[in-house]
Design a protein around this ligand. Structure first.
Ligand code: SF4
Length: 700
């Protein structure tokens, strides 16, 4: 094959790409003009994706292992590596039980890889200790959807953008983080100038710059804002009482609760003029539709679940769901976070949206897999795994396609925990992952375009991702690595597949009769067209929008509104730590930069991390724009150049999360500082709220 149609492997937008290789395997790409998501458009990251693949300078080429702790890593054969890895896992499980091992995986895995990793862990290793870096971005949205519409099922389609006249974007900066979706919003605004864009964010981001209205609220106060807007929607006559009566539970209780919401107190809690909140509510009330969009600003919070519920209340109160242009739309961060959730990729989920807490579902899946049983006890989540490594409950961990030593909160603890582990195995494509510092075994993996499989984007669209080139050295697709390991563990019968398609077909069959039924999807169909689930039969075209009949995925088919309050569960600021640190992404970098950091053009946009601080705070602290400052939290400190800017609220500072070790120094890492508090339900970390102090380095 010299040309193929594939999908971008960065963000959850899932843009289509036309990829070509010449006789020297030199790759070139362009946006796929016929792909419905992006119709030929690509953002800066997508346009440079082939460059990350062609630059092999950092690639891991051979399996490596230590013969004993602290011995140097040595190149070994795949058979030696897998024999040793299986022997270590078997011995630890025998001595300490199955819950002493775990896997930490990634929303960048293909669905087939994700499926196998879950089947191996939950079905055959005998533990639910498999979690994913999607815990760090999507788990609050998963809970929000389940509690309101009955399942983790984004009801919207990107086509709703072209049908909407009101975009309520909260805790998200799609102009930088989901650029092609934002381009579609901009086009809609160009064609229909009456459409309103409202952005809720403590920072004046590029998305906020483009908005009709920006609400720069105090971090963590979103629930106050959403409740105030809900109350105003009643006053402005925008509540759909017929919809509430006919299709929802909890409407009456919410309307009663909102009677007691004090608008002036809410505005004060948010640090906003009441007039701004009224303007937002009027824009929503006057619109015919409501597309509410959110991501990390709501999800990465100690009250992330509450923020999701309070936002989804707005769609349900107004009956704006299941209709063109309307619905709650969680913007997915990673290319296959959705596919990962389909196969049960979190420690509290089960394959094909079965319920881990339901013993019948556990039995059904166990019978299907032929593994005897699946425990209904949730496994350790991303941050719980760190605690368990730290205190010795978790002895061995296999990290696949993610870099926790940069991306998790409270990195001093993370590094101590990984150092403490008896056995750390890491599969990755790149030697630049900081997690490799702690690896006892390193497994070289194939990357994008070097393996085949499927992914699902934020609008439930499944796409086929083909192999076009060979992986370098002895790097192998993750499915091959997982199968090899499972076979060495003695699970040959359940882990011998001729190809990725056979794994997909097994996953597909498990979805039969569920809300995500994809029994009508095949590689053959996907090679021609992407398909949005559910798609239960081969003659089914796929589902553009869910709930057009207003029958939700709850047991009584009614959506649930929730009375939501806003307890402050983040760590407290005080005179020692008076500022709130919030973290986030920048336009041209992706996660921990192991891929985008290789591309010169992408590094030019923002070459180094900078702490954004408001001029009032800078003046009070005697800080000059561009000088190095020391940022200290209750956990650790970082030293970073500062950028004095009025695009951030006074009292709040911002750091990008991408950078790990730079030239051997870890002083610029945002996650040195971040709090490891989590939402009690979703277990998603509170990345958006850490108490810090900032001091000019020169004055210390
Ligand atoms: Fe890739 Fe996302 Fe950019 Fe599309 S918007 S090209 S999926 S990074």
């Amino acid at each position: 094959m010299k040309n193929c149609k594939t999908t971008c492997s960065y963000c959850g937008v899932g843009c289509g790409i036309s990829l070509s290789k010449d006789k020297d395997s030199f790759l070139s790409l362009k946006g796929n003009e016929h792909y419905p998501v992006n119709t030929g458009m690509l953002c800066s990251k997508g346009m440079n994706l082939h460059n990350t693949v062609m630059d092999k300078s950092d690639r891991l080429l051979e399996p490596q292992m230590r013969t004993a702790k602290h011995h140097p890593l040595q190149n070994v054969s795949w058979d030696q590596a897998m024999t040793r890895a299986a022997a270590v896992f078997k011995s630890i499980i025998k001595k300490y039980g199955p819950n002493s091992v775990g896997l930490y995986v990634s929303g960048q895995l293909l669905t087939e890889e994700y499926y196998l990793a879950n089947k191996l862990t939950k079905g055959f290793l005998g533990t639910n200790n498999i979690d994913t870096n999607s815990r760090l971005c999507m788990s609050s949205a998963v809970v929000g959807y389940k509690k309101t519409i009955g399942d983790d099922a984004p009801p919207i389609s990107y086509d709703d953008i072209e049908n909407s006249d009101c975009f309520f974007i909260a805790g998200a900066n799609p102009a930088w983080c989901h650029p092609i979706l934002f381009r579609r919003i901009e086009k809609r605004k160009e064609q229909f100038p009456d459409a309103k864009i409202i952005v809720v964010d403590p920072r004046k981001t590029q998305s906020a710059e483009m908005a009709d209205l920006h609400l720069p609220l105090i971090p963590g106060t979103d629930v106050y804002l959403f409740n105030a807007i809900a109350k105003l929607l009643i006053q402005y006559g925008a509540v759909d009482y017929h919809f509430l009566e006919s299709h929802c539970n909890g409407g009456h209780q919410l309307l009663e609760f909102l009677k007691d919401v004090d608008l002036i107190e809410s505005a004060q809690a948010c640090g906003l003029e009441l007039n701004l909140i009224e303007q937002a509510a009027k824009m929503i009330a006057k619109s015919k539709t409501l597309l509410s969009m959110w991501t990390m600003g709501l999800n990465q919070s100690s009250i992330g679940t509450n923020k999701n519920l309070a936002l989804i209340n707005l769609n349900l109160l107004t009956g704006r769901i299941g209709k063109a242009g309307s619905g709650p739309f969680s913007l997915t961060g990673q290319p296959n976070a959705m596919g990962g959730r389909e196969v049960g990729g979190l420690a509290n989920l089960l394959a094909a949206h079965h319920d881990l807490a339901n013993p019948d579902h556990c039995n059904k899946v166990a019978n299907y897999w032929g593994c005897g049983s699946v425990s209904s006890q949730p496994g350790l989540t991303a941050t719980e795994m760190v605690d368990a490594l730290d205190d010795g409950r978790l002895k061995a961990i296999w990290v696949i396609c993610t870099n926790p030593v940069v991306s998790l909160p409270d990195l001093e603890k993370v590094e101590r925990a990984y150092k403490n582990a008896k056995f750390v195995m890491v599969s990755d494509i790149s030697s630049k992952s900081d997690t490799l510092k702690y690896a006892d075994m390193i497994l070289p993996a194939a990357g994008w375009a070097e393996k085949e499989g499927t992914m699902t984007n934020s609008e439930r669209r499944i796409s086929y991702v083909p192999k076009l080139i060979e992986a370098p050295g002895n790097a192998r697709p993750d499915v091959d690595i997982l199968m090899h390991f499972a076979q060495k563990m003695g699970f040959e019968d359940a882990f011998t597949y001729p190809n990725a398609e056979a794994i997909f077909n097994e996953h597909r069959e498990l979805t039969r009769g569920t809300n995500i039924d994809i029994c009508g999807v095949s590689y053959e169909r996907l090679k021609k067209n992407s398909i949005q689930w559910p798609c239960p039969s081969t003659d089914h075209p796929g589902t553009i929008r869910l709930f057009e009949d207003f029958k939700f995925f709850t047991s009584d088919k009614r959506a649930n509104l929730h009375v939501v309050e806003a307890p402050h569960q983040s760590e407290k600021t005080n005179s020692d730590f008076p500022l709130v640190l919030t973290t986030g992404r920048i336009r041209d970098q992706w996660h921990t930069m192991t891929r985008t950091g290789k591309v010169q053009r992408l590094n030019q946009h923002i070459p180094a991390p900078k702490l954004e601080i408001h001029p009032n705070d800078a003046l009070e602290l005697g800080i000059i724009d561009g000088e190095n400052v020391e940022v200290t939290s209750r956990r650790s400190k970082s030293i970073i150049a500062c950028q004095v800017t009025d695009s951030i609220r006074p009292g709040t500072v911002f750091l990008p999360m991408h950078w790990g070790y730079i030239n051997g120094s870890k002083q610029a890492r945002a996650n040195n500082l971040t709090s490891d508090l989590v939402d009690p339900i979703s277990k998603e970390p509170d990345f958006k709220y850490s108490a810090v102090r900032v001091q000019a380095l020169a004055k210390k």
